[in-house]
Structure formats: structure tokens, C-alpha cells
Design a protein around this ligand. Structure first.
Ligand SMILES: *[C@@H]1O[C@H](CO)[C@@H](O)[C@H](O)[C@H]1NC(C)=O
Ligand SMILES: *[C@@H]1O[C@H](CO)[C@@H](O)[C@H](O)[C@H]1NC(C)=O
Ligand SMILES: *[C@@H]1O[C@H](CO)[C@@H](O)[C@H](O)[C@H]1NC(C)=O
Ligand SMILES: *[C@@H]1O[C@H](CO)[C@@H](O)[C@H](O)[C@H]1NC(C)=O
Ligand SMILES: *[C@@H]1O[C@H](CO)[C@@H](O)[C@H](O)[C@H]1NC(C)=O
Ligand SMILES: *[C@@H]1O[C@H](CO)[C@@H](O)[C@H](O)[C@H]1NC(C)=O
Length: 618
């Protein structure tokens, strides 16, 4: 077996034939695409098969040198995986599954888990098409998950594999986006309406939350909003950090003008039912074909609050802005009216995160048992189809977990590699049902190694938040359900005096934030009794109490065996081998003509190059 394998590898290495002009691979189009670098030199197209857990990438780079695509963890390149390939000047092709042993050195993986589908070079581009499993059995390969993936792309000007920082890029992408906009229905009678702040002078402060109240279009009968799109004015730098649209209930008299959302006039924070969330990195969002936001009936909101969070870190004066949200609506009604449920840790005033923490977890509980009585009508089971996760800069991961009758049902949504710069509404692969009585727990994971001071919950980017928005149907009147721990208990656990919440929070400033105390605080916050605040669209607030349940981690599924290669002793999960793809072997024109090249590379101790040939029909 080992001999056979060695033979195959050698055969692969020396296979030779010209590949130019042969464009190979699946004929089905790859639905998703993105440029990976600011100069638009690297273009990635991809698609995936959720059932088979396979992903296909086509990387097109303006170079005649090598190209590489992989996954990194975002904070260092060490350990990142990178699939590399290229076309040699004589037309031969090389392709290999590798990883980074330090910031710029590549090493071939013992197990080859990427399958080459096409590699071509023309006057302008080198194009590499390959597929790989979401999760191979090779510990050198990073998993492709439903989290934010830091896609690593690199290329060279020649065929010498070495990472050059100037030609290495990382881009956060949500690769496993379930719904492609092109797959959704576009109604024929679309009407467009812009919700925007008009000619607003952005203050020179670092952080501004500007709020204004705007009417929704007045329609004589029921319509559905089915799509939202950010409407951004481009300044020299990105100053709009996020935009939220809140639906207003009937209860309140709304102020006019533009003002600080959370400033002196509390009226500017009225209306708490989020209907649209957009944040840096996000794009437009279209609802599934059976869901829309209802307008035009007596039960519908007539006004919204538009909240725009500006970050003016360079304190630029005199910048005017007219950003907002463009909404698309139609009289062609969908099946369901949608709603948004806001969950998480109540932002103010109890939330704190110690400084210097490698890892700190915050928990916010929601108990839905009071939903019925607060709703004013029976609450139908909530069908969740999408979500948006939100923390600020210290956030590293979030998840929403569902419990029924004391038993954990599932993780509804999560991101283990959250990126503040990529916040967007995401669709769930399967709709999730929440029944009144269920408990929902939000866990937020922070890192504050770069901070010397306590971080508090708050609206500014340097404060923190821990929020999950669930998009669901059919709508009800509940707008948010958020928890926070008994801070007096937490203070006592840390050896501090406190007789009310305010003193409890003040006491946190007295704690010496050693590693031990950070762990103690995390544990105390989790053990403490939670107060759960539930709010309706008409600003009715009620509370209840509860305890944070344990989160049982979801076990990972089995890995997929590799398609060839050798296993290194340190690979704790030995990959099995299937035969190398037939076409690769059968189509070869084996000569020893190209051995010197391989030998040269071996000689330099650089890499093990797998020379493969490409012929039509692979
Ligand atoms: C922004 O652009 C304007 C012209 O469009 C220019 O006058 C100004 O100096 C720029 N500011 C910065 C900070 O680059
Ligand atoms: C809102 O007000 C309108 C009339 O102003 C009324 O018909 C409707 O029932 C109210 N909706 C709710 C939910 O109270
Ligand atoms: C929870 O358990 C009780 C008693 O076992 C049962 O009556 C109830 O229907 C359960 N609730 C749900 C939502 O399954
Ligand atoms: C919202 O509350 C009103 C009463 O305030 C009730 O009539 C209505 O049915 C509720 N809406 C939903 C969707 O449950
Ligand atoms: C919770 O509700 C009770 C009674 O409805 C009220 O007295 C109390 O102030 C509320 N607590 C909070 C934290 O809102
Ligand atoms: C193999 O390559 C040689 C020279 O490159 C060529 O003459 C020959 O026709 C090729 N054979 C096949 C089967 O492609």
C-alpha cells in the first residue's frame, strides 16, 4: 500500500503535458464572488454543497506567478492553511495543499485534501479551481464553517513559493451564505422609499449616535417591505459604523429634528423594535420569499426611528452626511409578517468586562414565559429564519442557545470567529421554532488584552454590547428580552462591599484585575441570579428572574478523508486514503522531463511540489 502510494505520488510529480487553454471543472456557475484585496487584483468565486460538505473555489489573480488561497485565524498567519498552485513557464502545472509554519514560510501538508479541478494561465490571469471538504481529517487544514471565515489569499510574481506581505491579504467572509440574492423573487411592482438623515453635520466627537424619526410611506392598503439596502455617502473615510431602523408603536408622541439618541432628551431613544440592522461590512438584505415587514394596516408602525452610529476617529470637522436605508416594498403580499426579537446582555448599566482578559464570557438570559401576557394576544410559535450578531471591538464570539423544559435544544446561531467589521443579517440553513416558555441564552466572548481599564456596556465603539437579533415570523408585540446578573452578588464574590447595583458597579473599579479575579468575576456573573427585562413595541416593560443554564457544546461532525498524500506522525487523526482522482492519473503523459525542476525545489528544501497535469475531461 505504501509503495503503491509512493508510486502514485511520483507519478503525479512527473506527469507532464501542456495545460494552456484547457478550462476545466464543473460547468455549474459558482454563485458567490468577492475581490480579496483593495486593488482588485485577486478575485475569488466560490460555491458549496451543504449536504456533501464540500466547497469549490476559483481564484483568479493578475499574475503569471503562483497563487494561493486558504484560511487563517485572523490574528496570526502561523498555522494558516493555504492551497497553492501555478503554471510554470513551460506550461506544466503544480498544485499543493500547504500550511504556514511561520509568518512567511510554507510547508506541504502530510495529507493532500484539496482537489484540483483546473489551473490555467493566460496573458493576464492565473486561475486556480479546486474543491476541498469543509472539514478534512488533517489537523493542518482549517475548517470551513458557518462562522466568519478569515480568507487568506496570496500570490507571487514568479513560481517561487514565499509569502510577501505586500501580496498577502486577509478578508473576512461569511462563505456559507445559504441564500443568494439571485435565488430570491423580485416582485414586479416594487416601490422604493429612502429613510435617511438629511445633510447632517457629523460632530467632531469620536462617537455620535444620531437619531431622527421618519414616517413610513402612507399606503392605503397592506404592503410588504421585502428588501433593505444601505444608502451610504462616501467620505474620505468610512464614518457610518452602523444603522438601525426601529419601528415605533402607537403609544408615544415623537420628537422632531435630529438629536443624540441616548443624550439629554430621552424621547430620542423611543421605539425599540428593530426591523433593520446594518453595520460595517454588511450589504443589502432581502427577506425570504414568504416573509415581509407589514405596512399599511392599523396594526403596523407608521413611524420609525433611524439611528446612525458615526465614528469620527480623526475628529474631522465639517463633514455632512445623508446616509440611511433604502427600502423596497410591494403590494404583492407574502405569506408572513416578520418581527425581530432582540436578545442579549442588557447594555446599560450593569455590563462590565475586566481589562487584560485573554477570554471573558458574558451571559444574558431571556425567559419567554411572560410573552403571552405581555403580547395582548396569544403568541404563535416563533419561526426564526435569520439573525444578526452584534458586539463592539472586544467581541470574539457569540452564540444563542435554546432550552425547553430545562433541556438544551440547540444552538440557534453562532459565530466563533466574529469580526466587528463584518456584521450582516444571515439566513439560517433551517428555520428554528421557539415556543412560549422556552429559555434563550446569549453568550458573548470578549478579549481585552489590549486594555488597561474596565470596559462597560454602552453605545460607544469602545464600550461593549452583547446582542443577538433574531428575525422571525409571524410577528408579535415583544421587541426585546435581555438579562443581567445580580451585581451585588458579583461584588461580594470579589470581596467588595455593595448594598445596591450602583455600588456594585462602582466596586468593580476597586478590584485588582488579576487573572484569578477575572476568572472569579466571570464565574460570579454566570452563577448570579439574572434579571430578565422584557419590552414590547409599545414600551411596556416587565421583568422576571432566572439562572444561567450550562451550555453543552455541540459535537463536531466526522471529518472527511483525504484524497491522497502521506500522514505525518504528529497528525493525531490519521487521514484515510482514497485513490487519487482517476483523471489525474489516467490523463498523464509521463516523462521524466520535469524531474529537474522538482529536484531543484527539493534541493532548496523549500517545498514538496506536486506536479499534476491537466487535460480536458477531469
Ligand atoms: C477629504 O477630501 C477632501 C476633498 O474631497 C480634501 O479637501 C480633504 O483634505 C480630505 N481630508 C482628508 C482627511 O483626507
Ligand atoms: C394605533 O393607532 C391606530 C389609530 O391611531 C389604531 O387604529 C390602532 O389600533 C392602534 N394600534 C395599536 C397596536 O394600538
Ligand atoms: C414541559 O414539560 C411539561 C411537563 O412535563 C409539559 O406539560 C410541557 O408541555 C412541556 N413544554 C414544552 C414546551 O414542551
Ligand atoms: C399586539 O397587541 C395588541 C394589543 O395591544 C393586540 O391586539 C395584537 O393582536 C398584538 N399583536 C400581535 C401580532 O400579537
Ligand atoms: C421588576 O418588576 C417589579 C414589579 O413589577 C418592580 O417593582 C421592579 O422595580 C422591577 N425591577 C426592575 C429591575 O425593573
Ligand atoms: C506525450 O508527450 C509527447 C511529447 O510531449 C507527445 O509527443 C505525445 O504525443 C504525448 N502523448 C500523449 C499520450 O499525450
Amino acid at each position: 500500500m505504501a509503495c503503491d502510494l509512493l508510486f502514485r505520488l511520483l507519478l503525479l510529480m512527473v506527469l507532464a503535458a501542456t495545460s494552456q487553454g484547457n478550462h476545466l471543472g464543473p460547468t455549474s456557475r459558482l454563485r458567490y464572488s468577492r475581490f480579496l484585496d483593495p486593488s482588485n487584483v485577486i478575485f475569488l468565486r466560490w460555491d458549496f454543497d451543504l449536504e456533501a460538505e464540500m466547497i469549490t473555489f476559483e481564484l483568479q489573480v493578475r499574475t503569471a506567478g503562483w497563487v494561493g488561497l486558504g484560511v487563517t485565524n485572523g490574528y496570526t498567519f502561523v498555522g494558516a492553511d493555504l492551497v497553492v498552485g501555478g503554471v510554470l513557464p513551460d506550461g506544466n502545472v503544480y498544485f499543493s495543499d500547504q500550511h504556514l509554519v511561520d509568518e512567511d514560510t510554507l510547508e506541504e501538508d502530510g495529507s493532500q485534501d484539496a482537489k484540483l479541478l483546473g489551473l490555467t494561465e493566460d496573458d493576464v490571469y492565473t486561475t486556480m479551481l479546486f474543491s476541498r471538504p469543509f472539514r478534512s481529517c488533517d489537523p493542518h487544514d482549517k475548517d470551513i464553517t458557518s462562522d466568519t471565515v478569515r480568507v487568506l489569499a496570496a500570490y507571487g510574481l514568479d513560481d517561487m513559493l514565499k509569502l510577501d506581505p505586500e501580496r498577502t491579504f486577509v478578508k473576512s467572509i461569511f462563505l456559507l451564505q445559504i441564500v443568494h440574492p439571485d435565488d430570491l423573487d423580485v416582485p414586479e411592482d416594487t416601490i422604493i422609499h429612502d429613510l435617511e438623515i438629511t445633510d447632517f453635520l457629523i460632530p467632531e466627537d469620536d462617537t455620535t449616535y444620531a437619531c431622527t424619526f421618519l414616517p413610513l410611506p402612507i399606503v392605503s392598503k397592506k404592503h410588504h417591505i421585502y428588501k433593505f439596502e444601505p444608502k451610504l455617502v462616501y467620505h474620505n473615510e468610512t464614518m457610518v459604523h452602523h444603522i438601525l431602523v426601529y419601528a415605533c408603536g402607537n403609544a408615544s408622541a415623537l420628537p422632531t429634528g435630529i438629536s443624540d439618541c441616548y443624550g439629554a432628551d430621552p424621547a430620542f431613544s423611543l421605539c425599540s423594535q428593530v426591523i433593520v440592522g446594518w453595520a460595517v461590512g454588511g450589504t443589502s438584505y432581502q427577506f425570504p420569499d414568504d416573509v415581509g415587514v407589514s405596512i399599511g394596516t392599523p396594526l403596523d408602525p407608521q413611524w420609525i426611528r433611524l439611528e446612525i452610529h458615526y465614528s469620527n476617529f480623526h475628529n474631522l470637522p465639517g463633514v455632512h452626511d445623508t446616509s440611511g436605508i433604502r427600502m423596497y416594498y410591494t403590494a404583492h403580499l407574502r405569506k408572513y409578517d416578520m418581527g425581530v426579537l432582540q436578545l442579549g446582555f442588557l447594555t446599560f448599566p450593569i455590563h462590565f468586562i475586566p481589562p487584560g482578559a485573554e477570554s471573558f464570557m458574558s451571559y444574558g438570559l431571556c425567559k419567554t414565559e411572560k410573552f403571552e401576557e405581555m403580547n395582548g394576544a396569544p403568541v404563535p410559535d416563533i419561526q426564526v429564519y435569520g439573525y444578526l450578531l452584534h458586539t463592539h471591538l472586544a467581541g470574539r464570539a457569540l452564540q444563542a442557545v435554546q432550552y425547553r423544559n430545562g433541556t438544551q435544544l440547540r444552538t440557534i446561531c453562532k459565530d466563533d470567529t466574529y469580526d466587528f467589521n463584518l456584521q450582516e443579517t444571515r439566513d439560517l440553513p433551517h428555520r428554528v421554532e421557539i415556543k412560549p416558555g422556552d429559555e434563550l441564552l446569549i453568550e458573548c466572548h470578549y478579549q481585552t488584552l489590549d486594555r488597561d481599564f474596565l470596559t462597560f456596556g454602552g453605545p460607544s465603539t469602545i464600550n461593549e454590547m452583547c446582542l443577538v437579533f433574531l428575525f422571525y415570523y409571524p410577528r408579535n408585540n415583544i421587541s426585546s428580552c435581555m438579562g443581567y446578573p445580580d451585581i451585588i452578588y458579583v461584588a461580594h464574590e470579589l470581596g467588595e462591599e455593595a448594598s445596591d447595583s450602583m455600588e456594585g458597579m462602582m466596586a468593580m473599579n476597586n478590584v485588582e484585575w488579576t487573572l484569578e479575579n477575572i476568572k472569579k468575576a466571570e464565574k460570579a456573573c454566570k452563577e448570579a441570579q439574572q434579571t430578565v427585562l422584557i419590552k414590547t413595541i409599545d414600551e411596556v416593560v416587565e421583568n422576571t428572574t432566572g439562572w444561567i443554564p450550562e451550555i453543552i457544546p455541540t459535537p463536531r461532525g466526522p471529518c472527511l478523508e483525504s484524497s491522497g498524500g502521506k500522514v505525518e506522525p504528529q497528525d493525531e487523526t490519521p487521514a484515510g486514503f482514497r485513490a487519487a482522482p482517476m483523471a489525474l492519473l489516467a490523463s498523464g503523459n509521463a516523462t521524466l522531463r520535469h524531474l529537474p525542476m522538482a529536484a531543484l525545489l527539493f534541493g532548496q528544501g523549500a517545498f514538496f511540489w506536486l506536479l499534476a497535469t491537466l487535460q480536458a475531461g477531469i
